[in-house]
Design a protein around this ligand. Structure first.
Ligand code: BES
Ligand code: ZN
Ligand code: ZN
Length: 489
């Protein structure tokens, strides 16, 4: 829990106060905090540069045990991400010092030339997300999260931003849920288990939930999903989560790739990185996290989350390279490569979304291709859309949230590369190059006339190294992005 708080530091006990300090000018309106910043700046080794830190113990006249002054760099350069990073680092420091609570003094928005929300939201996000630890599998817990984080603000700001506080908290809870699902090992989230877990959480949050099991999928014709999942003993599921406020007509469909483990199938992946393929359900986790946040935030737009869940395994019954399958849309697909399984399950879920819900917009999130990681690296997602405006809106949401996205092309003529001599389409491009693009083009065949965008999150969904406000493992990438987006569509 993170709270906005206004307090008199001379009267209330505070075990640790974090004071952000800029190198080129004061950023606090609160005179007490401002004085603490000046004291820090008078210390030669503290310059207020990003990364600088100094601790002042028991400042005179205050009931604050310690003040952690942290450099924020140049005033003009302070943006949302600088603030998230600072808050995340502060929390990490607090955890390392084995504190149980922390108060962060918020800089004044006016002095940073921003709206208050643009300061408070990122500070809360960085602190709250930075405080998350996934320690379910550890017997001995070394780093205990802080029990309480307060953001010190002016008295009139507490109630004014109560709605913002609840919204940030809900979005971060959704992000954390997604992170934990992604970090969970594949043996504890096989399709039946993962689908049930999503359904339970979604129902508890107040969403309408339906889980289509094996029998339903077969009878409804989800041939592509069934083909991908047939090598596993745990059979496919399609989880459908709905948030539908009364009197609202507009519905946005979100589809998330939920491969609980991607061995590659008969086109088995090489050993390197195979164990990371538990993260191949990150799109599913982000969509579920987004929908669950919706139940709290209650936006004025309908949302439906469609989450195809399968395990891509090798077995005597697994789909073979060269097999031809019939997808939900009726289109047949030659399976050129069993490791290109994501596009197959998404094809079925997308076609079903279009047919059943006729949404205003359709957005899919998927850890779809290694090629996208080659193109954009591990921190930036690829965005593909038949609609330039939609793509631009997503890129802009990425800038706001620092869940960065880059618009990549969908050239019609590349569709040539997905031709099959036998079936309507091949799931494997005939060219080695442009794999993220040909995967997106494959998906475009199943969006019908619906306004559609595809976000390839293969890079940013997972991190081997901890960052300022995310530990190693699932990042929850997509939840904050989709939230920013939902509010603009
Ligand atoms: N799940 C992988 C993509 C992936 C790669 C995700 C790295 C995260 C990190 C996907 O199913 C896959 O295997 N894609 C193949 C497609 C190829 C066979 C056409 C790839 O990218 O190599
Ligand atoms: Zn694969
Ligand atoms: Zn995959």
């Amino acid at each position: 829990m993170i709270r906005l708080k206004s307090t008199n530091l001379a009267k209330t006990n505070v075990s640790a106060l974090v004071v952000p300090v800029c190198e080129d000018g004061p950023v606090h309106d609160n005179p007490v905090v401002s004085r603490l910043a000046d004291t820090a700046m008078a210390i030669p080794e503290f310059k207020g540069e990003a990364g600088d830190q100094v601790i002042l113990y028991s400042p005179e006249g205050l009931r604050v045990e310690r003040v952690i002054c942290m450099g924020l760099g140049k005033t003009k350069k302070v943006d949302g991400e600088t603030l998230r990073a600072l808050a995340g680092k502060a929390v990490k420091r607090g955890i390392a010092m084995k504190l149980s609570s922390l108060m962060i003094a918020s800089p004044s928005a006016g002095r940073l030339d921003r709206e208050p929300g643009q300061i408070l939201a990122p500070l809360m996000e960085g602190a709250y997300l930075g405080n998350h630890r996934f320690d379910r599998y550890k017997e001995k817990i070394e780093k205990k999260p802080l029990k309480r984080i307060d953001l010190l603000v002016a008295a009139d700001q507490v109630r004014k931003h109560a709605v913002l506080q609840r919204r940030v908290q809900a979005v971060c809870d959704g992000t954390i849920l997604a992170r934990e699902w992604v970090s969970t090992p594949a043996n504890d989230k096989r399709p039946d288990v993962f689908a049930r877990e999503i359904a339970d959480q979604a129902r508890n949050a107040g969403l309408k939930v339906e889980v289509i099991t094996e029998r339903g999928l077969v009878s409804k014709g989800f041939g592509a999903m069934m083909a991908v999942g047939q090598g596993s003993d745990s059979k496919p599921r399609l989880a459908v989560l709905r948030y539908q406020p009364k009197g609202v007509k507009k519905t946005i469909a979100l589809v998330g790739k939920g491969v609980t483990f991607d061995s590659g199938g008969i086109n088995l992946k090489p050993t390197a990185g195979l164990s990371d393929m538990k993260m191949d359900m990150s799109g599913a986790a982000a969509v579920a996290g987004t929908l669950i946040a919706a139940a709290t935030i209650k936006p004025k737009v309908g949302l439906v989350g469609l989450i195809p869940i399968v395990e891509n395994m090798v077995s005597g019954n697994a789909t073979r390279p060269g097999d031809v399958i019939k997808s939900f849309s009726g289109k047949t697909v030659e399976v050129g490569n069993t490791d290109a399984e994501g596009r197959l399950i998404l094809a079925d879920a997308m076609a079903y979304a279009v047919k059943k819900y006729n949404p205003h917009a359709l957005i899919d999130l998927a850890t779809l291709t290694g090629a996208c990681v080659v193109a954009l690296g591990e921190k930036i997602a690829g965005v593909f859309s038949s609609d330039d405006d939609l793509a631009q809106t997503i890129v802009a949401a990425g800038r706001q949230t620092h869940e960065r996205c880059w618009h990549l092309p969908l050239p019609e003529d590349y569709k040539e590369l997905l031709k099959s001599p036998l079936a309507d389409l091949s799931n494997m491009s005939s060219s080695r190059w442009g794999g993220a693009i040909t995967a997106a083009l494959f998906l475009s065949e199943f969006a019908g006339k619906t306004r559609w965008a595809h976000i390839d999150i293969a890079g940013p969904a997972y991190t081997k190294k901890a960052t300022d406000y995310c530990e190693a493992g699932g990042t929850g990438f997509g939840v904050r992005l989709l939230w920013d987006l939902v509010e603009q569509l």
